[in-house]
Design a protein around this ligand. Structure first.
Ligand code: GLC
Ligand code: MG
Length: 550
């Protein structure tokens, strides 16, 4: 059993739902909670263990819902609190757990606190919940520091009264001041609000940014992606003071029976600092994004897996949670990304509209299917992103006029952003939005999505949907709780061949020519085998004489 007990999340396969793009029940072009509830049978039949919902709260949608105006309600376009309760109940009845997204680093600029802060005078109590500062330079017309937003441009915005406020993301996402007790108490209250309603866990958005060093003079930040210091000394990210917040949250989670789980989103450049958030007295689990960044290259992937396993043990201990991610709502879909030559930045490729370079979609899908089998054969938990079970590709050629990601405007159209992985799902071959709803969806679907729809793949041998179903079914019997992975020698240097403690093996051929199949009983393959392991494919097998354990 991989599912029993309160620690179900350690080995769970979690399916990420981007609610606005999943299923639209009321025909307004926007996916909604009743649409998701109606489609739960698809997810139960797929064989995932839990769902993670990105934000469904009231939001002006300056950042796809990550600008939350009210943490304890549902956006009217997506439903009501009663719809959320119905969803939780229906998910549980279908044997699925439900994780929701908590966005503690910033609110929407329409949140009651920020509205109050704007109406209040500089220095007043309502402004203390955020980071307001006077500017520098003559007349304070320069921002308080050189900090930059993730989405491009300065991280400071000036108000008519002359003060500036901090926003590490869009200007509609003011950063909260986590030195403020009221902020801390309110979030614990929000966690309880949803835990009381029955949600099983929380995904913590930008969990590494809440605590900031705001002592004057404000110091320059270090580059997030490459040079973040390893001692927690950056003024903005990954500061040691964060861990106290998560220890306090753990006490909130543990007051429930079963205790609520949590997973941190932390974009730190080294996985070892990441694993600190997964310590058992903190959040328990953290996304490890290393696989989602790795190109299709045997040695790089082998190295990523080795590093993640080692770091997890060393920094989170054997009790810390191990996770794997290939796709999400923030990165180009892996069926496209893995077709890119090493060294090509996936976000730049999206911006080129699939012209620099134009990718081979069939090769991308072959590689994606193989990568998925590899990920699902690893110890710990795996996070899937909606539509990857259909082999959806990144819609890189969305026309400029439909783009919604704030990255597009904030970078002055230098980067297109993340809309290409957020296109509504195709459920059927026909219809105004291929079964997504009764009207066209909020982003246009490419015609090629029709043949990737659930209807087109359901029951079709060899389809990506059936591959995922078979893999998830098998994984339930094969996944073990120990984290042992050994490398098996293979004569072909393009093959990565790994073995679990119970004899479950996964071999991936990163090359393009067929090579020797591993010895033992074949359980599942990402491509037709024909006596050999084809190029760009993976196989699960079992060493003869060793049986699957629980
Ligand atoms: C996280 C989310 C991303 C969002 C950002 C700001 O990285 O995954 O979608 O834009 O936080 O909330
Ligand atoms: Mg709708």
């Amino acid at each position: 059993m991989t599912q029993a007990g309160t620690e179900w999340w350690r080995t769970a396969v979690v399916y990420q739902v981007y609610p606005r793009s999943f299923a639209d029940a009321d025909g307004d072009g926007i996916g909604d909670l009743p649409g998701l509830t109606a489609r739960l049978p698809h997810l139960a039949a797929l064989g995932v263990d839990a769902l993670w919902l990105t934000p469904f709260y009231p939001s002006p949608l300056a950042d796809g819902g990550y600008d939350v105006a009210d943490y304890r309600d549902v956006d009217p376009r997506l439903g009501t609190l009663a719809d959320a309760d119905a969803l939780i109940a229906a998910a549980h009845a279908a044997g699925l757990r439900l994780i929701i997204d908590i966005v503690p680093n910033h609110t929407s600029d329409r949140h009651a606190w920020f509205v109050e802060a704007l109406a209040a005078a500089p220095g007043s109590r309502p402004r203390q919940r955020y980071h307001f500062r006077d500017g520098t330079g003559p007349d304070g017309a320069e921002p308080p520091s050189d900090w930059v937003s993730h989405f491009g441009g300065s991280a400071w915005e000036r108000l008519p009264d002359g003060q500036w406020y901090l926003h590490l993301f869009a200007r509609e996402q003011p950063d909260l001041n986590w030195d403020d007790d009221e902020v801390r108490e309110a979030f614990e209250g929000t966690l309880r609000f949803w835990a009381d309603r029955g949600v099983d866990g929380f995904r913590i958005d930008v969990a590494h940014a809440l605590v900031k060093d705001m002592t004057e003079p404000l110091r320059s930040q270090t580059t997030l992606d490459t040079a973040l210091p390893l001692d927690g000394s950056d003024p903005l990210y990954d500061r040691d003071g964060l861990h106290e917040i998560y220890r306090s949250w753990r006490r909130v989670f543990d007051a429930y029976d079963p205790p609520r789980m949590a997973v941190a989103e932390t974009w730190t450049p080294t996985s070892f600092r990441n694993y600190l958030y997964a310590r058992p007295d903190e959040l328990g689990q953290v996304f490890d994004f290393a696989l989602s960044k790795a190109p299709w290259d045997r040695d790089t992937v082998a190295d990523v897996i080795r590093t993640s396993l080692a770091d997890q043990f060393e920094y989170a201990g054997t009790e810390g949670g191990l996770t794997w991610v290939l796709s999400s709502h923030d990165v180009p879909r892996h069926a496209s990304r893995l077709a890119l030559p090493a060294g090509v930045d996936p976000m730049a490729w999206v911006t080129s509209g699939d012209t620099d370079p134009t990718i081979d979609r069939a090769a991308g899908l072959r590689r994606a299917r193989a990568a998925t089998l590899l990920m699902l054969a690893m110890p710990g938990s795996a996070y899937l992103y909606q539509g990857e079970e259909l082999g959806l590709f990144e819609v890189a050629d969305l026309p400029a006029e439909v783009l919604q990601d704030p990255i597009w405007e904030r970078t002055g159209h230098a980067l297109k952003g993340r809309d290409g992985c957020r296109v509504p799902l195709p459920w059927s071959r026909t219809g105004p939005s291929l079964g997504f709803g009764a009207a066209a969806g909020w982003l246009p679907q490419p015609p090629a999505f029709a043949d990737l729809s659930v209807e087109a793949q359901d029951g079709v041998e060899g389809s990506t949907l059936e591959l995922y179903r078979a893999a998830l079914r098998l994984r339930r019997t094969l996944q073990t709780h120990d984290n042992e992975v050994t490398t098996v020698a293979h004569p072909d240097p393009q093959v990565l061949h790994l073995r679990r403690s119970n004899g479950w093996e996964c071999a991936v051929n990163f090359g393009t020519t067929p090579t020797a199949l591993p010895a033992g009983e074949v359980l599942l393959a990402s491509a037709p085998l024909d006596g050999a392991l084809p190029g760009e494919s993976a196989v699960w097998s079992r060493t003869t004489g060793i049986s699957a354990s629980d």
